[in-house]
Design a binder for this molecule. Structure first.
Ligand code: NAD
Length: 361
């Protein structure tokens, strides 16, 4: 029997489309990239030439792309502000939607996306690829088996000493909605909530800072024009969940600290054991009067030239997503979960602004 091909359109052919979505989708034999849209036509043309089928279409208006009834799936890879309108239009046009993180610029927009997915019955997922890392997949299984007991403290990290993205609209608050918190803190909070399987915040206190005197000094991508960067250098959240668990979230693009901790890092403390993803995954506990650390080997077991199923999180994300579409099964990153991430991030920004805690219903 001929393999069914899922026809995919890409909206926004910039950094993440080229760095993650298009290369990983193009490795799937049951996917065809048939349409590319970017406000800058040359970017869509280049993407088509590199990843598209020979008769793939190029657009500069996503609404035109959505009229193509052959397209089953769209990937929304535009800046944060347009995630909600484009995803919602795509869902109502009958497409399944993979939207980049963060889900939306505002919590209200994120809730509208959840509602649109429900109303249309189409699938919606968010590009939180840290959930698809081998470390997270392994740890999720360990936690589901109950090894950690009750997780009552977590620390989610996305800490850069210097790492302010200065291209595109990353420094444009209107387009992005914020700096490191919404950009990379979002990944760490997502993976933490996912591993805790806890989506019920009760209260949030947040602070944010724009204090570093020389954030461009040592920035890997160079500097920016005077006055162009209005974003916070760093933002921190103290989140209390309804079951009493605490999550401490640290995020920065620029911070004078010795130890940077990559986004997607998390430390989980449970009643029976602890675990962390910081580089690799480590589980810790106490037994037989000793403190013990377990570091699982997540390599391919010493097999050279391993060409089996890829462990690359971008490829696992694409595979799991297309499988969910083809088999009509649940997506890994559920829109309701990503929406809670957006609600907590917004509460941190609100608390940082007002100096008051934010309480959830
Ligand atoms: N998952 C990750 O780790 C990760 C990493 C980087 C970026 N991102 C996310 O991806 C999104 C895009 O970031 P990027 O780095 O690719 O930015 P980028 O500026 O490199 O690319 C965005 C592209 O979208 C195009 N665009 C803007 N509005 C459009 C519209 N209405 N219709 C069609 N095209 C439009 C722009 O012309 C640009 O080419 C952001 O939301 C960002 O947070 C996620």
């Amino acid at each position: 029997m001929m393999e069914r091909k899922v026809k995919v359109g890409i909206i926004g052919c910039g950094g993440i489309a080229n760095g993650k979505h298009m290369p990983s989708l193009s490795k799937l034999s049951d996917v065809e990239l048939v349409a590319f849209c970017d406000l800058v036509e040359e970017k869509a043309i280049k993407a088509k030439e590199q990843y598209g089928t020979p008769d793939a279409k190029v657009y500069t208006d996503y609404k035109e792309l959505l009229k193509d009834g052959e397209i089953e799936v769209v990937h929304v890879c535009t800046p944060n502000r347009s995630h909600a309108p484009i995803s919602i239009d795509s869902l109502y046009a009958g497409k399944h939607v993979m939207c980049e993180k963060p889900m939306a610029k505002t919590a209200e927009d994120a809730r509208k996306m959840v509602a649109a997915a429900k109303e249309t019955g189409k699938k919606l997922t968010i590009g939180y690829q840290h959930r698809h890392k081998p470390e997270a997949i392994y740890l999720k299984s360990v936690i589901e088996r109950g090894d950690l007991g009750e997780i009552y403290l977590a620390k989610a990290y996305a800490v850069r000493r210097r790492g302010t993205p200065n291209w595109g609209v990353f420094l444009n608050e209107y387009e992005q909605g914020g700096g490191p918190l919404i950009d990379i803190g979002t990944h760490s909070l997502d993976v933490t909530l996912y591993l805790m399987n806890n989506y019920e915040p009760r209260m949030v206190v947040g602070t944010k800072y724009k204090k570093v005197s020389n954030p461009e000094c040592g920035n890997p991508w160079g500097g920016w024009k005077e006055g162009e960067n209005t974003m916070e250098d760093s933002a921190f959240g103290f989140i209390v969940m309804k079951n009493g668990a605490t999550i401490i979230l640290e995020s920065s693009w620029a911070l004078n600290t010795i130890e940077p901790i990559q986004e997607g890092s998390t430390v989980l403390c449970g009643t029976d054991a602890g675990a962390q993803i910081k580089g690799g995954v480590t589980i810790n506990k106490a037994e037989f009067n000793r403190l013990v650390e377990i570091k699982p080997d997540l390599s391919s077991g010493g097999v050279a030239f391993y060409e089996g199923i890829s462990d690359n999180p971008a490829e696992v994300e694409a595979r799991r997503w297309i499988d969910a579409v083809k088999n009509d099964t649940e997506v890994v990153v559920k829109p309701e979960q990503a929406c809670v991430v957006s609600e907590i991030l917004e509460a941190i920004y609100t608390s940082a602004k007002t100096g008051q805690p934010v309480y959830f219903e």
